[in-house]
Write a protein that binds this ligand. Structure first.
Ligand SMILES: C[S@@+](CC[C@H](N)C(=O)[O-])C[C@H]1O[C@@H](n2cnc3c(N)ncnc32)[C@H](O)[C@@H]1O
Length: 370
């Protein structure tokens, strides 16, 4: 287990605790899943605040788990720390005998432990072997990706996962270089990326290799595929009143989160009925207004928080049956207002781009409800 370096401040900690509290404080034992345990900063705070809560902590990184185990030693009688990818959550819960849970937190991306480790290759700022696997016990390394992928595949990875404008140029430079000698170090790759980007573009948007490293990390760890499966699976496991909070650090993660939640907060019944048909109403309500951003004060002390986007939702009681109807009525009122002369109002006009009317994301009317 490597030594911990630097500071490790859990992102949006107080907000996460505030959102999870009603789900975890319900008199009697509750179960909380930390799907991305990392160094257990969030998990420790949850266990401290909720003495009746049992924690199921998952991480695919064995080193992070070892650190978390030490940090959480005083809670040993109510923690289960599991080496697993978060899309394996249903199997983990079944094995532990928890059919449902009350809280779930996803704090996505890499931990400071991984970024700071001199030997894991996540950081373009320090030279290391090109590994980038969060789970060093299995899977392909970034070195294998850069030295074996064909040009179109490499360019696609950089363009889609890194949103890199110069994906084609960088992929060509990688292919040329590896024909001379395999690319094995993060410093060589970072330099190659810098050289392939036109000089004016090097001066904007942070370090030129940032997007390439992000893209390779996502590819190596199959991050988006795992997330796409894990989010609905985790939502399915929540008890009524249970809550899920997701912290994303780039737009692809946030988009998947938004879609997974939108699918649950939307009524699936015909829009012109005054009441929900049985089983067609929303099963969740949003607790966040659009994506919540960090405050300036937090970013000042914790630069890792700068790109965070928080979304959260709560499972509804299917027997209460009011929420979907309320959403329909709101939607119909907006449609009606739009057709009245002189109002200029449009349905969903306060909804952030891409949200569907009645999905509640980003509307002024959606209470945060904690
Ligand atoms: C940002 S850190 C979590 C930090 C943690 N909340 C804390 O307070 O210390 C993200 C962690 O999630 C883990 N992780 C990322 N993707 C994962 C996945 N698909 N399955 C399980 N763990 C994953 C990483 O190994 C890393 O340790």
């Amino acid at each position: 287990m490597g030594e911990l370096r630097g500071t490790h401040v859990p992102v949006l900690l107080e907000r996460c605790l505030e959102l999870l509290a009603p789900a975890l404080d319900r008199g009697g034992r509750t179960v909380h899943v930390d799907a991305t345990l990392g160094l257990a900063g969030h998990a420790e705070a949850v266990l401290e605040r909720h003495p009746d809560t049992v924690l199921v902590g998952l991480d695919r990184d064995t080193e992070a788990l070892a650190h978390a185990r030490v940090r959480l030693a005083r809670f040993a009688d109510r923690i289960h720390l599991e080496h697993a990818v978060y899309d394996e959550l249903p199997e983990v819960l079944e094995r532990l005998g928890y059919p449902a849970v009350d809280g779930v937190l996803f704090d996505l991306g890499v931990s400071s432990l991984q970024l700071d480790a001199p030997d894991r290759g996540f950081a373009y700022a320090q030279d290391a072997p090109l590994d980038m696997r969060m789970d060093q016990t299995r899977g392909v390394t970034a070195e294998e990706v850069v030295n074996t992928y064909a040009h179109p595949d490499l360019a696609r990875v950089l363009r889609v996962y890194g949103e890199e404008k110069f994906a084609g140029k960088i992929a060509s430079a990688i292919i040329r270089e590896r024909e001379r000698a395999p690319i094995t170090s993060s410093a060589r790759l970072a330099e190659l990326v810098r050289e392939s980007i036109p000089a004016p573009a090097r001066r904007t948007g942070g370090h030129p290799a940032k997007r390439t490293f992000q893209a390779l990390r996502i590819e190596v760890n199959r991050e988006l595929a795992a997330l796409e499966t894990a989010l609905p699976a985790a939502l399915d496991k929540l008890n009524v009143g249970g809550r899920m909070v997701v912290l994303s650090y780039h737009s692809l993660e946030d988009r998947l989160t938004k879609q997974a939640l939108a699918d649950r907060v939307r009524s699936k019944g015909p829009v012109d009925l005054p009441v929900e048909l049985p089983g067609s109403g929303p099963t969740f309500r949003l607790l966040s207004r659009g994506a919540e951003l960090p405050g300036e004060a937090e970013v000042a002390v914790n630069p890792r928080a700068a790109s965070v986007r928080l979304r959260a939702a709560e499972r509804l009681d299917p027997t209460a049956g009011q929420q979907g109807r309320t959403d329909r009525e709101r939607y119909r009122r907006r449609v009606k207002a739009m057709h009245q002369p002189g109002t200029g109002s449009t349905p969903g006009s306060t909804v952030e781009p891409g949200a569907t009317p009645g999905d509640g994301s980003g509307t002024d009317e959606e209470g945060e409800g904690t």
